[in-house]
Structure formats: structure tokens, C-alpha cells
Design a protein around this ligand. Structure first.
Ligand code: GTP
Ligand code: MG
Length: 137
């Protein structure tokens, strides 16, 4: 068993998709270990996505991720990181497999509804970025 970190991004929250996405996450065998509605500041988003700071879309990404609240959550399941990335689908919803969360709820490569950690190490870093120890169960 291990853990991954996710965010339901501002586009998904704005469109009222929190319930449907959490339903699919639960139905796919993930247990919610921590969860909250929160809004990232510009500084938070620049820190969280620091690995992308040289990319041409960095400014757009920070603008998007800070424009409204997100749902941040930690999820537990065997093989959590890889299985969650399979569940959400490709970064670009046009390339995402049928039935994946991004295929169903994302509108573009930028506004793609959901985040999933890309390694166990990053899952740990991202979880501690958003949650204190007493908020994880
Ligand atoms: P995350 O789970 O959110 O990390 O997505 P990912 O791992 O599938 O993609 P990646 O880490 O490469 O990119 C992080 C985020 O930057 C993406 O989810 C998008 O929101 C955004 N992004 C990536 N490529 C583009 C792009 O070409 N244009 C724009 N506007 N945003 C992009
Ligand atoms: Mg990524």
C-alpha cells in the first residue's frame, strides 16, 4: 500500500465536478487519507510547480492554478502513484483514454481538471506542502 497526492484543479471545482470525480476515485479503490478545499497563492503555485518554471506555459499555469479554490487530497492504494496516473489519463485530454477523469472532465492541456503526483518521492513532497501531520488519517 502507498500514497499519492492529487488536486482537483480550479476548472473542475468551477464546473461542479468535485462529487463526480471523488466518486470515480473512490470507486477505483483509493482511500482518502487527507482532503481540503483551499486556494493557492501565486507564491504557493510557483513553489509547487517550480520544476516547470522554465517552460513557456509557466505563467499561464500559475494564473490558472490560483484563480479559484482546489480540492487537495492524499490517496492511499496499492501502487497508488502509477494507478492514479492511469485513472486520470494523459495530460492532454484529447490524448487521454476513454473513461479517464481527464477525458471526461478536462477541457484542454492547460485546464485538465486534476493533478496526480509522478513519483513516490514527489507524492511525499506535495503532501507535506499541503497538509500538516495531524490532517492525515
Ligand atoms: P500534473 O498531474 O498536473 O502534474 O500533470 P502532468 O504530470 O500530466 O503534466 P506536467 O507535469 O507535464 O504539467 C503540469 C501541468 O502544467 C499540466 O497538468 C497542465 O495543467 C500544465 N501544462 C502542461 N503542458 C501545458 C501546455 O502546453 N500549456 C498549458 N497552458 N499548460 C500546460
Ligand atoms: Mg506532473
Amino acid at each position: 500500500t502507498n500514497r499519492t497526492f492529487t488536486m482537483l484543479k480550479p476548472d473542475a471545482v468551477e464546473k461542479g465536478h468535485i462529487g463526480a470525480i471523488l466518486e470515480q476515485i473512490n470507486a477505483s479503490g483509493f482511500r482518502i487519507v487527507a482532503m481540503k478545499l483551499t486556494q493557492m497563492t501565486k507564491n504557493d503555485a510557483e513553489t509547487f510547480y517550480a520544476v516547470h518554471k522554465e517552460r513557456p506555459f509557466f505563467g499561464e499555469l500559475v494564473e490558472f492554478m490560483t484563480r479559484g479554490p482546489i480540492v487537495a487530497a492524499i490517496l492511499e492504494k496499492e501502487n497508488a502513484v502509477e494507478d492514479f496516473r492511469t485513472l486520470i489519463g494523459a495530460t492532454n485530454p484529447e490524448e487521454a483514454a476513454e473513461g479517464t477523469i481527464r477525458k471526461k472532465y478536462a477541457s484542454s492541456v492547460g485546464e485538465n481538471a486534476v493533478h496526480g503526483s509522478d513519483s513516490d518521492e514527489n507524492a511525499e513532497i506535495e503532501s507535506s506542502f499541503h497538509f500538516a501531520g495531524r490532517e492525515m488519517f
